[in-house]
Design a protein around this ligand. Structure first.
Ligand code: CS2
Length: 499
């Protein structure tokens, strides 16, 4: 059910809005700044729950501290649901921070307005071209980067083809960014800085490469301009944000005494590490714990390989073992002990000269995964495995083999992904999670192949480890695990791997 659909059946009083802020219970934190005096300075693409629990809260901290030129214009590139929920609330929403000790509520005021790109692409282009916009942030998820299996821009993707032919009515992030950059340049407006906040390694450099390719297809000179005159700092973002449930909506609205159609729940932990390259200026995020650094790469590697890698493994093994949430799956001794050994495989692949403290990091991670109040569904993390596993698991395994070490535990993750995909429509509901590769996967599974052939075809379709000298070894290990998962199930496979 979407936020909008839900509003009709909620009875928790008036709708959350600016006028209501003074009447909220005193335990609820509210914006300490005059929202009407804040000017927009950031356009955010991808107005999902993650953004609203992370970047928007750090920016809210800055606005509370008196910086008044960094309000957010939030845009969805696909669905109207978030706008439909937030627009009647003046862009306000509640952040609920939960752990074993209880729940803290905070109404966040940093999102000044909300846009839905497909409804009105011109309005989003106008916001991007507004001279007051100096930063464009993105949380559009891995698949929106429209990469082919070699990691380059998928030039045949229908949205790329459309955007090249229809620059005034773009659909993809590339069409919007390239057109806005071209218009700003023609108008003599200073360029904005583009800050990717997606879970991709070297996300700034990756986005730069892809956008330069797109812009160059429009016009060589524009490609050169993007390459030379736009800054793409990389960033590492971290906060666990389960999808909002109806029971969250009811509980939080009851506590507010006002209806919030789309609150967001999260954990106390939050981390943002940003490469400090903002020619057009930036809010003083470092005052609120954001780490402004020269090189984000080590932090990104540690987070992708330890947190996200184990998250994906927990999700697929959890699904195969009947666990609905991360806390339940991680509470399963067999999965927990497997994850410990997975971390032991991944840690030696991290840089040792960058001041990382991986042992302390995994200690804290274990506590975060155990958070009993965070109902983070395994099915949520399971989405888009084909887009996530390369940087979370496969790259780590390649690094292991390169140094002559093994990757037995790591390679259980892609095998469990395949097994969980196969289980949909059987032991798992058909649409329990989705993947951009679902059509190709369905065609492979329909052939009822043995484990080795299945792994071969799935790795080929997903481009896993393409070009690696050790591809055959990686596939062999994954196939052994898949055969065991199919034949003996997850519990026996985990037990055998542990012995
Ligand atoms: C998760 C991430 O859904 C997923 O794939 O692994 O969203 C994870 O919760 C965040 O990256 C935590 O920062």
């Amino acid at each position: 059910m979407t936020g909008r659909d839900h509003v009709a059946d909620m009875t928790a009083g008036p709708r959350l809005a600016d006028a209501l802020l003074p009447r909220l219970p005193s335990a609820v934190e509210t914006p300490g700044f005059d929202r009407s005096a804040v000017a927009p300075g950031i356009v955010h693409l991808g107005l999902g729950a993650f953004h609203r629990a992370h970047q928007a809260v750090f920016v809210d901290d800055c606005l509370n501290a008196g910086e008044s030129t960094w309000g957010i214009v939030g845009a969805s590139l696909r669905s109207a649901d978030t706008r439909n929920a937030l627009a009647p609330q003046d862009g306000l929403y509640t952040l609920s921070v939960v752990d074993g000790s209880g729940e803290r509520l905070r109404v966040v005021g940093s999102i000044l307005s909300t846009l839905v790109a497909p409804e009105n692409p011109g309005a989003l282009l106008d916001a991007l071209c507004d001279p007051r916009t100096r930063i464009v942030t993105l949380t559009v998820t891995e698949k929106a980067y429209l990469r082919n299996s070699a990691g380059n821009l998928d030039e045949r993707h229908p949205e790329v083809v459309w955007d090249l032919a229809n620059p005034d009515r773009p659909k993809s992030l590339y069409g919007f960014l390239a057109e806005a950059i071209a218009r700003r340049r023609a108008a003599g407006t200073v360029p904005f800085t583009i800050l990717s906040c997606d879970n991709l390694p070297a996300n700034g450099a990756t986005l730069r490469k892809l956008l330069v390719a797109f812009a160059g297809m429009r016009d060589r000179e524009l490609g050169r301009y993007v390459a030379e005159d736009i800054a793409f700092p990389s960033s590492m973002v971290d906060r666990i944000v389960p999808a909002t449930t109806d029971s969250d909506r009811e509980r939080i609205s009851a506590a507010l005494g006002a209806t919030d159609a789309w609150p967001v729940t999260t954990e106390p932990f939050r981390q943002w590490v940003i490469e400090d390259r903002f020619p057009g200026g930036r809010p003083a995020l470092e005052r609120f714990g954001v780490e402004m650094v020269k090189d984000v790469a080590p932090f990104e590697d540690m987070k992708l390989r330890l947190l996200n890698g184990s998250h994906s493994a927990i999700a697929y093994l959890g699904l195969l073992s009947g666990h609905e949430t991360v806390a339940a799956a991680f509470g399963d001794p067999a999965i927990r002990s497997f994850v410990g050994r997975l971390w032991s495989e991944a840690i030696p692949t991290l840089p040792t000269d960058a001041g990382l403290r991986p042992e302390a990091y995994i200690d804290e991670l274990a506590k975060r995964f155990d958070n009993p109040a965070l109902k983070h569904r395994t099915a949520q993390i399971a989405n888009d495995g084909s887009q996530k596993l390369p940087q979370r698991i496969i790259a780590t395994a390649i690094d292991r083999l390169r140094t002559g070490a093994g990757a037995d535990h790591l390679m259980l993750a892609p095998a469990a992904w395949i097994a969980a995909c196969e289980a949909r429509g059987n032991s798992l509901p058909a649409g329990h999670f989705t993947d951009p590769l679902d059509a190709a996967l369905g065609a492979i599974f329909a052939k009822s192949l043995g484990a080795a052939e299945t792994v071969d075809e799935v790795f080929g379709a997903a481009g896993f480890a393409a070009g690696s000298d050790n591809l055959a070894t990686l596939k062999r290990t994954a196939a052994r695990h898949l055969a065991s998962l199919r034949r003996n199930g997850a519990a026996a496979t985990l037990q055998e791997l542990g012995s």
